[in-house]
Write a protein that binds this ligand. Structure first.
Ligand code: ZN
Length: 118
């Protein structure tokens, strides 16, 4: 019998594997990986490539395990990262929350990767 922790681990592992299959991870040789200790200004962030995919950044993320450096992200990667975290946390309203968030972050895209909801 699986414990709740086992199940959450499986969900997180599946989410990461699915994510890696559906999204091409940019090569570090192509993308310059920016990051700094102080947050970027909105003007500054717009001049940088997304930390993950290299497209123009609009937002920024800070992760404790990454020395708390602020990292530039494009809208699509920001939404995908939020989705992965909500799924990992087992949030029962993850899909509804991410739909609303995606609409605010990427108003020109109707839905985020609808095939991932199957
Ligand atoms: Zn990106």
């Amino acid at each position: 019998m699986n414990t709740r922790e086992d199940i959450l681990d499986m969900i997180a592992t599946e989410a990461v594997e699915k994510y890696q299959r559906t999204e091409a991870v940019a090569s570090s040789a192509v993308v310059r990986r920016h990051g700094r200790r102080a947050p970027y200004t909105s003007k500054g962030i717009a001049r940088l490539p997304c930390y993950r995919c290299g497209k123009q950044a609009e937002y920024q993320w800070q992760v404790c395990a990454d020395k708390r450096l602020f990292r530039p992200l494009c809208g699509r990667c920001d939404v995908a990262l939020n989705k992965m975290v909500l799924q990992f946390m087992g949030d029962p309203d993850a899909e509804a929350k991410i739909d609303q968030y995606a609409a605010s972050r990427m108003p020109n895209e109707k839905a985020v990767q609808p095939r991932e909801r199957e």
